[in-house]
Design a protein around this ligand. Structure first.
Ligand SMILES: Cc1cc2nc3c(=O)[nH]c(=O)nc-3n(C[C@H](O)[C@H](O)[C@H](O)COP(=O)(O)O)c2cc1C
Length: 222
């Protein structure tokens, strides 16, 4: 079956999820391809978006083995009527734990019907020269796998949307994730007062708009 309209729906502060989702989508032939990148706060404020498509590929990073609050908040405002979805988490090579399970539950609650799921490795957001974590990922081999995943979705679309497949999808992780202890601090960058010229450039470049001039995080406590 032909995928006429495909939508990429992702949250990707440091760009690796975006890269994986674009690579997967690139292997799915379609007539119309739309992108909803809800990384920015102002995009997340408007959940009144048209998600009627043959397929929506939803991507998110794993945070603390879960999915970010921004993703659950945004997806819980969305209501679709049985739209087929492919669910993808990208993690920094520690573990994705219950994140795919949480994405699955959240997408189902929004009215999506997951037909395939995957977890990919991306460079860890906290990776540095001193402490490299999954440095350079996704690499060529990861991207080949993402292409293959997309090509399989394209080729097997008809059998993936059968009830038999949908009922068979089993996701690693525990449904008990809501009861797990999460860090109880707001995630905020620390300012070195002696270096800060108050140019406010950081406010513009922060991908999730997490910085405010008073140095307090705009992000909710996780
Ligand atoms: C707050 C935070 C928590 C994270 N928690 C995990 C984790 O539990 N396991 C893991 O493997 N990677 C973890 N990561 C790494 C991200 O999942 C990884 O870098 C991902 O590729 C980032 O996606 P993005 O580039 O689309 O933002 C975390 C990153 C951040 C910023």
């Amino acid at each position: 079956m032909h995928v006429k309209k495909l939508i990429m729906l992702y949250f990707s502060p440091t760009g690796t999820t975006k890269k994986i989702i674009e690579t997967i989508s690139g292997s799915v032939q379609c007539e119309t391809l739309e992108t909803i990148d809800f990384t920015k706060k102002k995009i997340r404020e408007n959940a009144d978006v048209d998600l009627n498509a043959d397929l929506v590929i939803i991507g998110t990073p794993a945070y603390y083995g879960r999915i970010p609050n921004e993703v659950t908040d945004y997806l819980s405002k969305i209501h679709v009527n049985n739209v087929y979805a492919v669910l993808v988490v990208v993690y920094g090579n520690r573990e994705y734990e219950d994140s795919l399970k949480e994405l699955y539950d959240t997408a189902c609650a929004a009215g999506f019907i997951p037909i395939a799921c995957a977890a990919f490795i991306g460079e860890h957001s906290y990776s540095s020269e001193k402490l490299p974590m999954a440095h350079g990922r996704p690499d060529d081999m990861d991207l080949e796998r993402a292409k293959l995943f997309g090509a399989t979705i394209q080729k097997e679309f008809r059998s993936l949307i059968t009830l038999d497949n949908i009922n068979k999808i089993s996701i690693p992780g525990s449904s008990d994730y809501k009861n797990k202890t999460m860090p109880k601090y707001p995630v905020a960058p620390e300012t070195l007062k002696e270096c800060c010229a108050m140019c406010n450039r950081c406010l513009e470049v922060c991908p999730v708009e997490a910085i405010s001039v008073d140095g307090q995080s705009n992000l909710r406590t996780i």
